[in-house]
Write a new protein. Structure first.
Length: 651
């Protein structure tokens, strides 16, 4: 759909925060199909919903490597989640309008210029990319920028509601203690060499039965034989004729990339008063606290205070203090547009002044691709008319610059460099097209186009046993060895436990002088040489490896992560468990549990990070409750028939 977009396209391009909607009572909406509902005076358009739904389906398809259908989306509740996001955003937009929150043009410009979707190869804002993307989405710059203003106002509302919330210290200590607890353990890997007898070779009947019983392991995926035509800006770039004036115009259009004033990368920590800001500065200077700790103390994160790249003009009254620093450090306290603040200057970016002569070649390449992309846009209607009139893909390749190709496509294929199969749009279409579909012009994400035809579907096929006999035999042998390793590990475990457990029926033949004396089951006699007694002394054929001081997030080279997880799942010291991970089998024994020392320097740093994470979680919860309250206060109406119609169309 290519009508004026609102929040959906903003979320797609900018990655702004969207919160989920809880369960709310809503009333039925009846009216035109251009809206799926409203919150107060704020409308939720059908275009927003359709665009968001298609975007999510595409994202799931790319992640899975195959078509993610609407039926699958319904099964996981995806349509409801998207509706919840849209109605939540509408409720917050309604709330910002009600209480009069807005942002200025400078903030809108900063947000757009930092969006990755609008940046060129050099990481700077690319106006031509900005205009091109909005044009493809059917959005005017004015409408898009107004929606950015709305979304930024919502973000400002979020910060106002949730900033300053801190985590209870008891919760911080408990979480940090759990994270920093360390354990000692011993492990032994059970290997094929431990088996008493080698695995014998299976007969043909056994292998054939294994081939049939595990058909999914030996089945080739569905293969789609495709024909396609495609055209990319790179294919047309040699045809583009660019004069000097056009290149100079492109240079002037992107002058912000080639001429930039001196900048700083900064973070701004605002305080309620200059006195509090000065007190914080004194604590910093004395070494009592770090800047990051000051940020956490106010319930914020470094990301919350980040201003990114700023010029002297951006900083206003604080500019002299910040730009006076010759190396990264802390400036202030200084007055800012939000009040007294300490400013962390994190990097110095020198002024940029690249003359036209130096930029000419890069401009020529970029401008050629941009011009070629526009040429493709101009010719799209002609190509669509040719296909609509019945032209075949073969005829398209003869009558237009589009190039013809053929491909045997499957969901697990690895596309070669420069292959059309490397484009997400092509892979998505290749996975969903049917033999009854007529070729139609589709877009590629670099400005190119393609059309595709399904010639034949080769269904998933069990590969013949005779062709893959060696593969089947290797698979059977690996599974059989693994089964025997697990059985051997269980036998060793039982023997170890039995050896450590006293026999309740055993009779002591020697009488103690004191018949009432008892010994703790955990007590062990020290060996004569003073070393600790281990399980290896009970069962000498096992070679135990001992690890000490392991944390929950620790890792040991050559050991699977599942083994570490199991160590921290064992309840009692001395317990022995079997770990089956990554086709390997282990015995693990818990030797000791060490409580965290929360007064250590490392623990203090972990507590700071935990404090930040918990504060963020609490802030998110508080804002979610606020969003729910905003919806309950406004009148929420839903046009279910419009939603159903869109769901039926998006397949």
């Amino acid at each position: 759909m290519r009508t004026k977009g609102k929040s959906t396209i903003v979320w797609i391009l900018m990655g702004l925060l969207v919160l989920g909607l809880g369960g709310f009572g809503v009333t039925s909406f009846s009216g035109g199909s251009s809206e799926i509902g409203s919150v107060g005076a704020t409308k939720v358009t059908a275009d927003d919903y359709a665009r968001a739904l298609r975007s999510e389906l595409s994202a799931y398809s790319q992640q899975a490597g195959q078509l993610f259908t609407m039926a699958q989306a319904r099964a996981i509740g995806l349509p409801q989640m998207i509706q919840a996001q849209l109605f939540t955003a509408a409720a917050l937009e309604e709330e910002t309008r009600r209480i009069g929150i807005s942002v200025g043009d400078q903030r809108v410009a900063q947000t757009i210029s930092k969006a990755p979707a609008f940046q060129g190869p050099n990481g700077q804002f690319d106006r031509s990319a900005y205009s091109q993307i909005l044009r493809r989405e059917g959005l005017s710059e004015a409408d898009f920028e107004e929606q950015i203003r709305t979304d930024e106002a919502r973000m400002l509302l979020q910060r106002a509601v949730s900033e300053g919330v801190v985590a209870p210290e008891a919760m911080v200590d408990q979480t940090a203690g759990w994270l920093l607890e360390t354990r000692d353990f011993s492990w032994h890997e059970v290997k094929a060499d431990d088996l008493e007898t080698p695995v014998s070779d299976p007969d043909e009947e056994t292998l054939k039965a294994w081939h049939e019983a595990n058909a999914d392991r030996f089945t080739a995926p569905e293969k789609r034989k495709l024909s396609y035509v495609w055209l990319t800006p790179e294919m047309l770039s040699d045809e583009v004729d660019l004069d000097e004036n056009a290149l100079r115009a492109a240079y002037e259009e992107r002058i912000d990339q080639y001429r930039q004033p001196e900048r700083r990368i900064v973070g701004r920590l605002v305080f309620p008063s200059m006195e509090e800001a000065q007190a914080a500065r004194e604590r910093l200077d004395s070494g009592d606290i770090t800047f990051d700790e000051l940020v956490a103390e106010r319930g914020l994160t470094v990301d919350d205070i980040d201003l990114g790249e700023v010029t002297r003009e951006d900083l206003g009254q604080a500019a002299d203090a910040v730009f006076a620093l010759e190396a990264p450090g802390i400036a202030g306290p200084a007055q800012t547009d939000l009040g007294p603040a300490l400013i962390s200057m994190n990097a110095i970016l020198e002024a940029v002044d690249i003359p036209f002569e130096q930029a000419r070649e890069d401009l020529r390449a970029e401008a050629a691709l941009d011009r070629a992309s526009r040429m493709i846009d101009d010719r799209m209607g002609e190509y669509e008319d040719l296909l609509a009139s019945g032209a075949t893909l073969e005829e398209m390749s003869e009558e237009t610059p589009m190039e013809l190709g053929k491909l045997d496509w499957s969901s697990d294929m690895e596309p070669g460099e420069g292959s059309i199969a490397g484009y997400p749009a092509f892979r998505e279409r290749a996975g969903e097209i049917s033999e009854n579909d007529f070729p139609q012009i589709e877009r590629l994400d670099d400005g190119g186009i393609f059309a595709i035809r399904l010639d034949e579907v080769v269904p998933p096929t069990l590969r013949p046993f005779d062709e893959i006999r060696d593969e089947v035999a290797a698979d059977w042998r690996a599974a059989e060895v693994h089964r025997l390793l697990l059985a051997h590990a269980e036998e060793d475990r039982v023997n170890l436990i039995s050896a450590e457990t006293p026999d309740p029926n055993a009779v002591d033949t020697e009488e103690d002088e004191d018949t009432n004396a008892t010994t703790s089951p955990a007590a062990q006699e020290e060996p004569a040489d003073g070393t600790e007694e281990t399980v290896a002394a009970v069962d000498p054929h096992l070679q135990w490896n001992t690890e000490t001081g392991l944390t929950r997030d620790g890792w040991i080279e050559a050991l699977p992560p599942a083994l570490i997880t199991e160590v921290f799942d064992i309840d009692a010291m001395g317990d022995i468990e079997i770990v089956d991970a990554d086709d390997r089998v282990f015995l693990v024994r818990l030797d000791a549990v060490h409580a965290a020392d929360l007064d250590s320097e490392d623990a203090v740093q972990v507590q700071d990070r935990v404090r930040q994470r918990l504060a963020q979680s609490l802030q998110a919860d508080i804002f979610e409750y606020y969003a729910r309250a905003a919806q309950s206060k406004a009148k929420v109406e839903v046009n279910q028939s419009a939603i159903d119609a869109i769901n039926a169309q998006v397949q």
